[in-house]
Design a protein around this ligand. Structure first.
Ligand SMILES: O=C(O)c1cc(=O)[nH]c(=O)n1[C@@H]1O[C@H](COP(=O)(O)O)[C@@H](O)[C@H]1O
Length: 236
């Protein structure tokens, strides 16, 4: 197991106000985890919360899953880069031109965030994809979108940890896999469908584990984070 990317746990701060997000962040440690700001928190708290969390020393995944015409997404990602975030994502289904334009637009900036594209949401299952008219298996669709993401010059994908092995085989070991849908054995699945435990995800080669409710809704979030870090061998 390589710990090159340590800390590998990215805590999803899915809160409806800045104060709650900051209160949780202050219980955690930038050496033990990274943080993710998603649609809910960013919509209510805006760029200020990104700056406040970064000022606490955390590296930040700005998870706004952009999906729009190439110029709009490229400019939005550029704005995210200017906020100094560590990682930003788009939906791979926005297509090659959207991703290539984005990549070109952030090239040459003094700080370029990692560019990641979402393949198939971890809440989705095979029958829901069929309803959208997607042909073949869910794994085939994930791999199609991962290959497109790689050849568009992005750094990696968001997928379920269940698909990490075939993604690494098809796209190379250095192509990053960011995996939500992580659930310790005792935790509820909530609205996630394709889940693995932290230990399973790491064993299979996942680079970063996105974990929200199992930490943020725990009675003791720091203890929950510590238990997951122990499970993946990040601390002894
Ligand atoms: O891009 C993401 O981060 C993401 C993609 C995906 O396919 N599934 C997924 O759950 N996420 C995010 O990962 C987090 C998972 O949170 P929990 O289910 O509470 O652990 C949420 O903030 C989701 O928005």
């Amino acid at each position: 197991m390589t710990l090159l990317h340590s800390p590998r746990i990215v805590v999803a701060l899915d809160y409806a106000d800045a104060a709650s997000a900051l209160a949780l962040a202050r219980q955690l440690d930038p050496k033990a985890c990274r943080l993710k700001v998603g649609k809910e928190l960013f919509t209510c708290a805006g760029p200020a919360i990104v700056e406040q969390l970064q000022a606490l020393g955390f590296s930040l995944f700005l998870d706004l899953k952009f999906h729009d015409i190439p110029n709009t997404v490229a400019q939005a990602v550029r704005a995210a880069a200017e906020l100094g975030v560590w990682m930003v994502n788009v939906h791979a289904s926005g297509g090659r031109r959207m991703m290539e334009t984005t990549r070109e637009r952030v090239e040459g900036l003094s700080h370029r965030p990692l560019l990641i594209a979402v393949t198939v949401l971890t809440s989705m299952q095979q029958d829901e994809l069929a309803e959208l008219g997607v042909q073949g298996t869910l794994e085939q669709h994930v791999l199609r979108l991962a290959a497109l993401t790689r050849s568009s010059g992005f750094d990696g994908v968001v997928s379920s940890a269940q698909e990490v092995q075939p993604i690494k085989q098809a796209c190379g070991a250095g192509f990053l896999t960011v995996t939500p849908g992580i659930r310790p054995a005792s935790a509820a699945a909530d609205d996630q469908a394709r889940i693995l435990t932290p230990a399973e995800a790491i064993a299979i080669g996942s680079d970063y584990l996105v974990v929200g409710r199992p930490i943020t809704r725990a009675e003791d979030p720091l203890a929950a984070l510590h238990a997951i870090r122990q499970e993946i061998g990040e601390v002894v």
